[in-house]
Design a protein around this ligand. Structure first.
Ligand code: ACO
Length: 430
């Protein structure tokens, strides 16, 4: 219970408390390390550093376990909806029937964008990446809802901002797509549920309504649910860090979207499909790409493989792979990229380089093939990830706000620059 870790420095012994999580994960609480010893810890990439305690998501990367509020993600993906999953993550429990109905209804109520916000889209070049537009628009929401952006919002105001974000992110995403293809926006339809409404805004055209296919909706639902949270990843930690300065939820989430965009994080789903296209162009010669990824003199990586936390098959990738096969078969699509992906996975799993480093397919490896089958363009894939991750970002921001232990995030460093030197006036410099 009161376990302590002893640290000996220059013959003096210091004791630090051990913190134990509900799944018996252990941490050494070093919050007094610097004041007691003058040492700090150095951990680039924070692979061994916990920044908070959290009750939202549990991952055991060695065993391939992922649970939302204790519920295995496999069960959530099979039985739940994205709206219900959002409620679970943001509010901490599954909603009762009436709570779920009211929650869904609040998304319908807040789906429309302020009419002035729609003008912003006209200013972007059609070639602009939709993640740039999404992050800017999400941050801009703070300009339209000033009543929600106080440094100390009430719980009701936080919930209101959360619903605004969860609902409007679909509309912003669909409008950024319509803008990029030069088509008119399709307004949200109050009669449609969360995902059909999004698909309708994306793909309906004047005089040509989009036909909702239940299997497409189910596949997209599973993808969004599987992306909904993943504890302290790069974008979620960004949201928490920005929020720790008391920045508002819209601004914090906008920063998270920017962090997600990078190819080593949520941008990887776009990169995977582009990599598979390259492999196809090369006549399916995957060996060339594998060799390049293994070459110590090259920075090249096989996109969609490897994970900081999973040292086993990513449980999300397993479900997404099955969904990809199921949906493509149902839609009668034979995508040669799926064949190349399967060949690549097989070759990688047999290869010592990847085995030694425990590199398995991650969530991004097969997801792009589902988005592609639905008709979502490649540069929108990270946007789809952002829609899915929205509940997680919000849940963490909310938890961070409510935690009395939260302090402004401010890591230390070890300075390695020049020691003290005098200023030299410009005329005397060589
Ligand atoms: N292809 C080839 N080699 C790889 C790959 C890869 N995809 N990923 C890691 N490695 C190698 C590294 O070169 C390194 O080798 P070394 O020990 O010989 O130097 C070793 O495996 C460990 O890699 P790190 O970069 O230290 O692992 P880290 O935990 O920091 O990175 C990451 C994890 C960023 C996901 C990495 O595996 C990667 O770049 N993967 C490709 C991008 C990707 O798919 N990102 C999506 C991740 S899931 C998500 O964020 C939603």
């Amino acid at each position: 219970m009161d376990e302590k870790i002893k640290l000996s420095i220059d013959g003096k012994t210091y004791e630090f408390p051990v913190i134990v999580g509900s799944e018996n994960e252990k941490a050494i609480d070093i919050s007094k390390l610097r004041s007691e010893t003058s040492f700090i810890t150095l951990d680039p990439g924070f692979g061994n550093t916990g920044a908070c305690s959290s009750a939202i998501t549990y991952i055991d990367g060695d065993k391939g376990i992922l649970r939302y509020r204790g519920i295995p993600v496999e069960q959530v993906a099979e039985h739940s909806t994205f709206v219900e999953t959002a409620y679970l993550l943001v509010h901490g429990n599954l909603p009762a029937k009436e709570q779920l109905r009211a929650y869904s209804a609040s998304f319908t109520k807040h789906a429309k964008l302020h009419k002035d916000m729609k003008n912003f889209f006209a200013g972007y070049p059609t070639t602009g990446h939709p993640m740039a537009i999404l992050s800017a628009m999400v941050c801009s929401l703070s300009a339209y809802y000033p009543e929600l952006v106080k440094p100390e919002p009430t719980p009701e105001e936080i919930d209101e901002s959360a619903v605004q974000l969860l609902s409007k992110v679909r509309t912003i995403a669909a409008y950024s797509y319509k803008k990029s293809i030069g088509e008119h926006f399709v307004e949200p339809n109050d009669d449609l549920a969360y995902i059909p409404n999004f698909l309708n805004m994306m793909f309906s055209k004047p005089g040509k309504p989009y036909k909702i296919d239940d299997d497409v909706v189910k596949a997209l639902m599973v993808l969004l649910i599987l992306h909904a949270d993943h504890e302290q990843n790069c974008s979620t930690s960004t949201v928490r860090l920005v929020g720790s300065s008391w920045a508002n939820l819209f601004a914090s989430v906008s920063a998270g979207i920017c962090a997600l965009w990078g190819p080593l994080h949520g941008g990887a789903n776009q990169e995977v499909v582009e990599m598979l296209e390259e492999m196809k162009k090369e006549g399916g010669n995957i060996k060339k790409f594998i060799d390049k990824a293994k070459d110590p003199d090259s920075n090249y990586r096989l996109m969609g493989f490897g994970h900081r936390v999973y040292k086993n098959y990513d449980p999300r990738a397993k479900i997404i792979k099955e969904q990809a096969h199921k949906l493509l078969t149902k839609l009668g699509i034979h995508d040669p990229l799926l064949d190349i992906a399967a060949k690549l996975e097989e070759a990688v799993l047999k290869d010592d380089y990847f085995a030694q480093r425990k590199l398995y397919p991650n969530v991004d490896f097969y997801s792009g093939l589902i988005y592609k089958a639905i008709g979502i363009p490649t540069n929108m894939f990270p946007v789809m990830f952002a829609i899915g991750r929205m509940p997680g970002w919000i849940a963490h921001w909310k938890e961070m706000k409510a935690d009395p232990k939260t302090k402004i995030g401010r890591p230390r460093q070890i300075y390695i620059g020049p020691t003290m030197q005098d200023y030299v006036p410009v005329e005397k410099r060589k």
